[in-house]
Design a protein around this ligand. Structure first.
Ligand SMILES: [Zn+2]
Length: 208
């Protein structure tokens, strides 16, 4: 290898991954299934006295925040939430609407479920649920708002990973062409708006 090609490969190797260079790694976890039911009725993703009320969730971190974790400077593509009044120590997660499980990816403290939904007007929307301790569903499975899909980490369990993982990272997506990696590789507002809705705005519009 001559000096110039060495420099070229060294640059390539040390370059930060981008959505475009990383997405193929996550494609094997995706299944192109179609929701059998229309997503008409939208609810918050936890058990609560009123799953139609935004007051049933507590927001810990907002959409669009700058993050220094994982890749320095990436933008928060979700809201981080917990139930406002947890029913017990173990917090279960439910889909926000009818849909099909189209991806389960990552492991440990980052485990993620993605649900594909079809709206009344045939528009496709994806909801993403991240930081799951236990997963109870499989890819290709049809789900509704009563399907227990996962449970969150307890405070004690999240300590094992040296961080704050006892919450739900909830994304609402326009598309899933990145197969999941945009969740940590979204670096600017253009990429953010290309793939994501602000979950707070979406909830105000649909969960009512
Ligand atoms: Zn988050």
């Amino acid at each position: 290898m001559n000096a110039i090609s060495f420099i070229f490969f060294a640059l390539l190797f040390f370059q930060n991954p981008t959505i475009e260079t990383d997405k193929d790694r996550w494609k094997p976890y995706y299944i192109d299934a179609n929701p059998s039911q229309v997503a008409e009725n939208w609810l918050i993703p936890f058990e609560a006295e009123n799953r139609k009320s935004i007051n049933s969730i507590k927001i810990i971190s907002i959409f669009g925040d700058h993050r220094d974790s994982f890749f320095k400077g990436h933008i928060h593509t979700a809201i981080d939430i917990n139930p406002a009044k947890p029913k017990g120590k173990l917090i279960n997660v439910y889909p926000m609407a009818n849909g099909v499980i189209c991806s389960i990816h990552l492991g440990e403290n980052q485990r993620t479920i993605v649900v594909k939904h079809k709206l009344k007007n045939n528009q496709i929307v994806f909801t993403t649920y991240k930081h799951l301790k236990d997963v109870y569903v499989n890819t290709g499975q049809q789900v509704n708002t009563n399907t227990k899909i996962a449970r969150l980490f307890t405070k004690e369990e999240s300590k094992k990973y040296g961080g704050d993982y006892h919450h739900l990272h909830l994304e609402i997506r326009k598309k899933f062409d990145d197969y999941g990696c945009a969740s940590w590789l979204t670096m600017n507002k253009i990429q953010l708006n290309e793939r994501y809705y602000n979950p707070q705005t979406f909830i105000k519009e649909y969960v009512k």
